[in-house]
Design a protein around this ligand. Structure first.
Ligand code: NAD
Length: 256
């Protein structure tokens, strides 16, 4: 499948899942707007090898004004966004009683409200051009809960609700909106949770094995390229009637 001539914005694409998705889209020929913290120059150079135009906008997606600035940049420099992947996200693990209020606020802002802002600002351009794909990287935690993850689980359930509404509001157009719900993927976000176990004296191999064994029956991590391939499918003609779905890729987590 070729995405030549399409522009994709992937939030939080300087590492982890977002980077994997950006690589798949660039390989398929899309022009790419990267976003996320840290030095993006190495990633830009890597993706330019696939022949498309590659840019980076450093918006902090917890701030609606910076999201608006990023969408304006996309319109000015790339002629608009055809594929929007809302991927940026953070985690904090703590019981509800001890959950720091400012961590709750930033998780809701980054993991949920940013999806609303980038969607509402991108949709008018997609409608004008008559085609669009919105893919929200939710989580199995958008469908089930886990202890210690109040803000994350609340935000990801919200993302799935928002996905359904946008899927319905675009149902008679060539624009689709869907959510992908990964299980464990070995990225910096999950490594921090493994490190938390290691800091309690558990050996690194055992810490990784225990994390998987508690939830993911395959005992294997989902990989960013596997998620990238699913995004490509959702961008294809074959995926054009998948609307408002929450598609889990979770090694069997939700089959239990
Ligand atoms: P990661 O920590 O590797 O990457 C997060 C990315 O988001 C980075 O590029 C970071 O710079 C960016 N980011 C963080 N805060 C930001 C902000 N305020 N503004 C702009 N960019 C910001 O994490 P990951 O594991 O790749 O997670 C990506 C998404 O996938 C998240 O939404 C996460 O909830 C979801 N997810 C991850 C897993 C997993 O097991 N890793 C499972 C299910 C869902």
């Amino acid at each position: 499948m070729s995405l030549k001539g399409k522009t994709a914005l992937v939030t939080g694409s300087t590492s982890g899942i977002g980077l994997g998705i950006a690589q798949s889209l660039a390989k398929a020929g899309a022009d790419l707007i990267l976003n996320g913290f840290g030095d993006a120059s190495k990633v830009i150079a890597e993706l330019q090898q696939f022949g498309g135009k590659v840019g980076h906008h450093p918006a902090d997606v917890s701030d609606p004004a910076q999201i608006a600035d990023m969408i304006h940049y996309a319109e000015r420099e790339f002629g608009g966004i055809d594929i929007l992947v809302n991927n940026a996200g953070i985690q904090h693990v703590s019981s509800v009683e001890e959950f720091p209020v400012e961590r709750w606020d930033s998780i809701i802002a980054i993991n949920l409200s940013s999806v609303f802002h980038s969607t509402r600002l991108t949709l008018p351009g997609m409608r004008k051009r008559g085609w669009g794909r919105i893919v929200n990287i939710a989580s199995v935690h958008g469908l089930v809960g886990s202890v210690g993850k109040a803000a994350y689980v609340a935000a990801k359930h919200g993302v799935i609700g928002l996905t359904k509404v946008v899927g319905l509001e675009t149902a008679t157009s060539n624009i689709t909106c869907n959510a992908i719900c990964p299980g464990w993927v070995l990225t910096p976000l999950v490594q921090k949770q493994i490190d938390q176990r290691i800091s309690q004296g558990i050996d690194p191999y055992q810490a990784q094995h225990d994390l998987l064994a508690e939830k993911q029956p395959s005992l294997e991590f989902v990989t960013p390229p596997q998620l990238g391939e699913l995004v490509l499918f959702l961008c294809s003609e074959a995926g054009s009637q998948v609307r408002g779905a929450a598609w889990n890729v979770d090694g069997g987590w939700l089959a239990q």
